[in-house]
Design a protein around this ligand. Structure first.
Ligand SMILES: Nc1ncnc2c1ncn2[C@@H]1O[C@H](COP(=O)(O)OP(=O)(O)OP(=O)(O)O)[C@@H](O)[C@H]1O
Ligand SMILES: [Mg+2]
Length: 243
């Protein structure tokens, strides 16, 4: 497993993660960003967690099935196992060739859900996930931010609650607090493994939110994302069901 410097900046790839609580619009924006960047000529690899590999997709089915009775530790290890496979099979090769890698959830979700939500040790989660990722950190995380009542309303309007979504309001409040904490510069300084995290206002029309996400990418990589349309890009992998 190569270290991060060999997989990221040195190769010109961009590892971008969409994060936030349930129903804030991550998957919606992930799809829209992938489409938009593809149309602008970028080599895009769009992935979701858990999943993104055959092994990861099998783990995803177990993790999201309301019938699964998982110990919190089992849940954390299965997420990490899916992540380990995704990093090695897909993210690292894509970064090596200089692609834009867009991932719907990553390490920050582990800290928020399994750490703050389930109460597992952050130190343990950190060690397990350092092992899983081999130290590969996102270059940028877009944290979609929306008041909890609005995201819950979006989630309920969508219907079909999975195992996480069935948790009570207190669980979701703890998750939300963990995401909010990750925006603090002091927290980020102590957690280089998550990479830089920026808030994106997830309120309002979907297109407006997409423009905010694109602006955040352009602010981080002005040369790469501020240009006009180029020749048609290629999409290497994208999930088609909602995440
Ligand atoms: N800007 C928006 N305005 C109104 N509705 C939205 C907006 N963005 C997304 N939605 C709707 O809200 C619901 C939740 O969106 P989405 O599935 O993208 O959220 P998510 O963050 O991926 O949720 P989860 O954490 O459950 O995966 C969907 O029905 C989607 O169509
Ligand atoms: Mg989703």
């Amino acid at each position: 497993m190569a270290d991060r410097s060999a997989m990221s900046g040195a190769t010109g790839g961009c590892f971008v993660v969409l994060e936030g609580g349930e129903g804030v619009g991550k998957t919606t924006q992930w799809r829209r960003l992938a489409d938009r960047l593809l149309a602008a000529g970028h080599d895009v690899v769009a992935l979701r967690e858990p999943g993104g590999t055959p092994t990861g997709d099998a783990l995803r089915a177990v993790l999201l099935d309301p019938a699964s009775a998982l110990a919190a530790q089992t849940e954390a290890l299965l997420f990490a196992a899916s992540r380990a496979q995704l990093v090695r099979d897909v993210i690292a090769p894509a970064m090596h060739r200089g692609a834009v890698v867009l991932v719907d959830r990553f390490l920050l979700s582990t800290y928020a859900y399994q750490g703050r939500g389930r109460g597992l040790s952050l130190t343990a989660l950190r060690e397990v996930n350092a092992f899983a990722t081999g130290g590969l950190a996102p270059d940028l995380t877009l944290l979609l931010s929306l008041p909890l009542d609005e995201s819950m309303a979006r989630m309920h309007a969508r219907g079909g609650a999975d195992r996480m979504e069935r948790e009570d309001a207190a669980f979701h409040q703890r998750v939300r607090a963990a995401f909010d904490e990750a925006l603090q510069p002091a927290w980020q300084a102590e957690h280089p493994e998550t990479g830089p995290v920026v808030a994106v206002d997830a309120g309002g029309d979907v297109e407006v939110v997409t423009m905010r996400c694109l602006a955040a990418l352009a602010a981080t990589w002005p040369d790469r994302f501020s240009e006009g349309p180029k020749e048609e890009g290629r999409m290497s992998a994208i999930e088609v069901t909602h995440g």
